[in-house]
Ligand binder design. Structure first.
Ligand code: FAD
Length: 388
């Protein structure tokens, strides 16, 4: 691609400097002038971990990312215990051999820091993205291409990307019908220093193995894995809602992600339950797809390019969203469906069986060219809304 002149460069505003917004910075900076508006005064991620399967780790690596520098741990095993302590399965993992990339266990702070570095480093491609803190967006106009900040400032851009999470302010301008509902479950996440784990002989393994360990009860589940050079062990505890720690909310797929010059991506477009550990991965995939499509778009072509991103991403993101629901506690499989309401294949509720679909993803270009059945045809979308 010819390097765009400053006049030709697309001006992009990204709302939200979470995993998705920063990934957009990394994906677009080569050819666009990117400003990321973030509501908080300081980027501070929650003290918890996140595992990035090869589909997302591959894209971060393609941007020049290196999560090993933070002590991220490759996952070598997935095993599940019954609540009585009996092993249900113990599956060796070698995603390097299977998919050419490691499945990696990371501290969330480190993923965010690495994406921030990729978006803003002075020696990266194009110009560094600008991250502007203390900038809460309260509204946007898809036709004019403007966002309005809480202090009344109005900013204009060729592209506005709503990467502002499940409580998105941008979403209302694109698809006001969104409503989430209780999933009937709660999740609680925490990190424990490995010394504390090692003080309990029964638990020592959790801090020493490079594995994702699942302990499954009838209506509850614990997932544990190490991160940061195995100095910390991350726990996610999923519980019936009545225990009431942190409610996990669920939502149906949205039939429109883009309108005019605005698109919503990441949790703003397709928030999902955490049971496949793929929400951040899908957000990173969205960012890469925006980079692929917008790279060759002119200002005039932006509205159509954003619709193409929707068509490219909708079925895959929806399938992962539904599979995440299906892998939930109890009878959640019954509440999941295929990407357009069809049946969800049973095996999609199992993280290891679903891995081929998740982990073999190579990026938007390959998806568009070689996985046509997963891309919405133009005829399925009328005025930006999925009609099929
Ligand atoms: C228990 C649990 C475990 C999980 N584990 C995994 C895992 O192992 N692997 C995985 O891939 N995913 C996992 N996920 C999912 C993952 O955390 C999310 O999907 C991901 O963080 C979404 O990123 P995002 O950038 O779209 O949204 P967010 O992370 O919510 O970021 C949104 C950003 O926008 C900012 N913002 C919000 N509103 C405004 C506004 N009006 N103006 C300006 N800025 C605004 C926010 O401050 C924030 O910085 C898990 C989720 C949960 C709940």
């Amino acid at each position: 691609m010819a390097i765009p002149t400053p006049e030709e460069k697309l001006k992009v505003i990204v709302v939200g400097a979470g995993i998705c917004g920063l990934a957009c910075g990394a994906a677009l900076r080569e050819f666009a002038d990117v400003t990321i508006l973030e509501s908080v005064a300081e980027i501070k991620e929650l003290g918890a971990a996140v595992h990035l399967a090869p589909n997302a780790h591959r894209l971060v690596q393609n941007w020049g990312g290196d999560l090993y520098q933070y002590g991220s741990v490759p996952n070598r095993n997935v095993r599940e215990y019954t609540k009585g302590g009996h092993i249900k399965y113990d599956i060796p993992v070698d995603t390097m051999a299977e998919f050419g990339v490691e499945w990696i266990l990371c501290h969330r702070v480190d993923v965010q820091a690495e994406l921030h570095r990729l978006a803003t480093r002075p020696d990266g491609p194009g110009e560094p993205a600008k991250v502007v803190l203390n900038s809460r967006v309260v509204g946007c106009d898809p036709e004019q291409g403007t966002v309005t900040l809480k202090d009344g400032t109005v900013m204009t851009a060729d592209v506005i990307i709503g990467a502002d999470g499940i409580r998105s302010a941008v979403r209302a301008a694109v698809n006001p019908v969104f409503s989430s509902f209780p999933s009937m479950h709660s999740a609680y996440r925490f990190l424990v220093p490995v010394e504390k784990i090692n003080a309990h002989p029964d638990l020592v393994e959790l801090g020493t193995v490079e594995a994702l360990t699942i302990i499954d009860g009838i209506d509850r589940r614990i997932i544990a894995y190490p991160c940061r050079n195995k100095t910390l062990v991350n726990f996610i505890v999923c519980l019936p809602e009545e225990i009431g720690l942190w409610q996990l909310r669920d939502q149906e797929p949205l039939n429109q992600w883009a309108k005019g010059r605005v698109i919503i991506v990441g949790d703003s477009a397709h928030p999902m339950l955490p049971h496949q550990g793929q929400g951040a991965a899908a957000a990173i995939e969205d960012a890469e797809a925006l980079g692929y499509v917008l790279r060759n778009a002119t200002r005039e072509q932006v509205p159509e390019a954003l619709q193409r991103v929707f068509r490219l991403r909708y079925r895959r993101a929806t399938m992962v969203q539904q599979a995440s629901r299906a892998a939930g506690l109890g009878d959640m499989l019954k509440k999941a469906s295929g990407f357009e309401g069809g049946e969800l294949p049973q095996e999609f509720s199992n993280v290891m069986k679903f891995r081929q679909f998740n982990m073999s993803y190579l990026g938007a270009e390959d998806w568009e060219k070689n996985h046509e059945e997963w891309v919405l045809p133009e005829s399925a979308v009328l005025n930006g809304v999925l009609v099929a």
